[in-house]
Design a protein around this ligand. Sequence first.
Ligand code: SF4
Ligand code: SF4
Length: 355
Amino acid sequence: MTTFQLDSDRLTEGIDRLHGQYRVIGPVAEGRFHNFRPLQPGQKPDFDFRNTRMSAKQLVYPQSQVMAEYHLDETREDSHILKEVLPDETPRAVFGIRPCDADAFGLVRRNFDTEEYKDPYWIQAYERATLVGLACEDPCRSCFCTSAGSGPYSTGGLDALLVEDPDGGYWFQSLTEKGERLREAAGWKEEAGSGVEDTIAERKKAAESRIVSQVHTDQLRNQATLDLYEAPFWEDVAFSCINCGTCTYLCPTCWCFDIQDETHGKKGCRMRNWDSCMYPLFTLHGSGHNPRGEKIQRVRQRFMHKLKYYVDKYDNGIQCVGCGRCVQYCPVNIDIRRVCELMNQRGSTGAACEV
Ligand code: SF4
Ligand code: SF4
């Protein structure tokens, strides 16, 4: 691991040098929010944000992706022949990913890159991206990353980390070979100051202490699945949900998609689009039967998947990094932290708690 200091000018000059070798992406202000967008030469990433509205998930796993195209014009030789659309393979340098979002890539990888199934789209996009994180100094009240297996200075899933220096500029830590290659391409040379590592460790500790929101997950694995599934609190949890899907779309760890054909005149394409377990169509069978036709079934599924099925399957924590987006943006204030407490306490109380 290499750690050194970068003043703002060197940071900007280095990022500018990457154009040509990388497609450079960073946070950009859009109205009241920040989102990841391609940066033009000379354009600086805007680091004046707490977290982007959409997570960094979309950089590796786009909301809509064309997989194949075809023509329906019978006069063409290639009529009705499906042709693969290859993804853009330009390496990408992404700046300003919050550590919770980067940790989410590790969780999602368990779905897209397994012994039995390898998703070429996700794997290629992840491998061609060099992810430069931005340590989090000013968490939102809804963040609970430290009790969800992540943290404001977590380095999981990152190739490099930028830490704000209170005296101006940043410390840059390269963490992987990809991070080192980016450092070289940016022309940043090591100029380590003495005691930098200790200073960063202190700042990390201070940042972690500012995460005031916590969830308890220690009993989730011990809970009987059927008992949780049948718990009476699901009625209360689901009551106000409008099944808008906002929580699943903003979540960096939600991975479900649907594949659909879209035709426009005599042309068509096959796309994969994010899908949501909150929508009734998600589980509608061709027969017309829907095993999750009721709202309560869909709401329960979302939380059972993240906080029980995933926990039991992987024995590696919950399927959530505590980014707080679903807490912040749910229009009816359904709060995963409270649902997690209900689920975690279920065996110990044997009764429903108030939502
Ligand atoms: S954001 Fe809230 S209201 Fe919308 S689907 Fe999720 S839990 Fe339901
Ligand atoms: S479940 Fe909510 S808090 Fe957890 S990672 Fe997803 S959006 Fe963030």
